[in-house]
Design a protein around this ligand. Structure first.
Ligand code: NAP
Length: 516
């Protein structure tokens, strides 16, 4: 029974003085490491290169460290190393693999405050969001260990007069390419899914959050995974992305990030290169333009809290964030009033990027400029009902911004912004709300606030997203409760945190012996 699998990790309460004190202590430890250099890790060897990536705290633009940048040649070496190690790791029994994952759970938990502190400084999220991520990572590890054990039993077959079995086997070397917005949980979940199923990988972290990934790799080594099974190769996607994806020894790519990069990877992976003896598998979890429908029967206070919470926590930089509210005309004005009131309480934090406020910075200058561009588009396409101010003087801060009176075809209502901007669109019927919700190329998350059972049932059938919620926010998926992943241009619907997810990295081999 699922309930007996394991207990989901519990987030720390930072209003508790003990937890707060421990995190502040961890910040001191991180402070002492600021400015350090970090090497690549290939087959356990630490390799320093001349070319560097600089990791910056988006809250105050302080340099956190320099990370060696992988060249094409070193990327090739990492893939060849992973390929050699696959020969032994793929034959390592499930007990040993699970043992390493369990040790990793223990090590991550032991280093919890330290990892949270790095995440806060590198990604700009607040304490609770960082610790929530750590919990999600622990849940991924525990669930993948359990599901891998189950898959190891193979597929049940019909009895016959032959000796038959069907076993799940690992497939080879993966390129793990995570984003910066969940620099710990998404990255670590992608890595552990590959390892526990007997695969090996090269991991190219986001250039915005390479140190958080390095700290994780140190624990992966300590947990007992063999050198060469995990290879850490930071480098700009534009420098080494194509070459690691194209490599003939690459067997699969596990990517999470934007639609543009995901589509590029998909196209590159489809090409069969010289020396390649398989078709590559691609898991690509991509962007979204998530909508929340506010029906005439909705509890408007609750809906406003849900929309603001989904749109503005972590500055709207969650893939599941709400970026458009589709509101029935008869409750539009009342809803907007509620939404503005709730949002005004979430003022932009001008702190030093380690404060525990609701709204911190966006990730970098490029992202800041992009969101400013959309605020300006919003000014033309509608009315800025709240927010709209920004400054990149100290860090990359923007106020949570609501754009009202926009048409359903407005750019702010259809393009992914990935920042604290929410468009509010008026619709005349529940059917129109569903049509507008489904009109973008994406299909990641969605939510409906309604008390109308017929409308709720209709939305269950027709709202085309990977994760659909009712009378709650569209963010905060929990492992084992809400398998996560999008449809259409939001991704390959790989559904993280599930047994199905692991099967992306395995083949089913049917073995039969004649008994006559
Ligand atoms: P991104 O720009 O697509 O980058 C994602 C990763 O791809 C980074 O490691 C990046 O490296 C790398 N990359 C860039 N160009 C590449 C190339 N040509 N070949 C191979 N790799 C390449 O996305 P992001 O800005 O990090 O993340 C935000 C996006 O992710 C949003 O669209 C969000 O909706 C989406 N997201 C989706 C999910 C989901 O589950 N569906 C979850 C989280 C985020 P560099 O950093 O070096 O460029």
């Amino acid at each position: 029974m699922l309930a007996n699998y394991f207990e989901n990790a519990k987030e720390l309460d930072f209003t508790c003085e003990e937890h707060k004190a421990k995190l502040l202590e961890a910040f001191k430890q991180v402070d002492a490491e600021k400015g350090n250099d970090y090497p690549l890790i290939i087959g356990g060897e630490k390799i320093t290169t001349e070319k560097k990536i600089t990791s910056i705290n988006p809250g105050n633009k302080e340099v956190l460290g320099q990370v060696s940048s992988c060249s094409k040649e070193l990327g090739d070496k990492a893939i060849e190393t992973a390929y050699e190690t696959f020969k032994t790791w793929s034959n390592t029994c499930i007990d040993e693999r699970v043992r390493c994952v369990k040790r990793l759970v223990h090590l991550v938990d032991q280093n919890r405050y330290y990892l949270d502190a790095w995440n806060v400084l590198e990604s700009g999220k607040n304490w609770g969001e960082a610790d929530g991520e750590l919990c999600e990572a622990l849940d991924f590890f525990n669930s993948y260990a359990k599901f891998a054990e189950e898959l190891d039993k193979g597929l049940e077959l019909q009895p016959s007069n032959e000796l038959t079995k069907a076993v799940y086997i690992p497939i080879g070397v993966g390129c793990i390419i995570p984003p910066w917005n969940f620099p710990f949980s998404i990255m670590a979940g992608m890595c552990v899914a590959a390892l526990v199923t007997g695969n090996t990988f090269v991991c190219k972290p986001s250039s915005d959050t390479p140190i958080t990934c390095y700290k994780f790799m140190e624990l992966v080594k300590k947990a007992g995974f063999p050198d060469g099974a995990f290879n850490y190769i930071p480098g700009r996607g534009s420098d080494i992305g194509d070459s690691i994806v194209d490599h003939p020894l690459t067997r699969f790519i596990n990517f999470t990030g934007s639609k543009e990069v995901g589509c590029r990877i998909f196209e590159h992976a489809a090409h069969v290169n010289e020396g390649q003896i398989w078709l590559k598998r691609v898991v690509a979890e991509m962007g979204g333009k998530n909508a929340i429908i506010v029906d005439s029967t909705a509890d408007l206070k609750k809906a406003a809290q849900g929309v603001a919470g989904s749109a503005f926590t972590f500055q709207g930089q969650k893939c599941s964030a709400c970026s458009r509210a589709l509101v029935l005309a008869d409750v539009y004005d009342d809803f907007v009033k509620e939404l503005v009131a709730v949002t005004k309480e979430m003022t932009a934090d001008q702190g030093e990027g380690r404060d525990n406020k609701t709204c911190g910075p966006v990730i970098n200058q490029g992202s800041f400029d992009n969101v400013v561009k959309y605020i300006k588009i919003g000014e033309e396409e509608g009315t800025i009902a709240c927010g709209g101010k920004y400054s990149d003087e100290k860090g990359f801060y923007l106020e949570p911004t609501i754009v009202t009176n926009v048409s359903k075809d407005a750019r702010v209502a259809n393009e992914e912004i990935f920042g604290p901007v929410c468009a509010v669109v008026k619709v005349n019927s529940f059917q129109e709300a569903l049509d507008v919700a489904n009109q973008t190329e994406y299909g990641l998350t969605g939510s409906v606030y309604s008390e109308n059972r017929a409308n709720i049932q209709q939305a269950k059938r027709e709202f085309n997203v990977g994760n659909l919620y009712f009378n709650r926010k569209s963010t905060a998926a929990v492992v084992l409760n809400h398998p996560f992943g999008g449809v259409n241009m939001s991704g390959t619907d790989a559904k993280t945190g599930t047994r199905d997810y692991l099967q992306n990295f395995m083949c089913l081999k049917s073995i039969t012996e004649d008994l006559d």
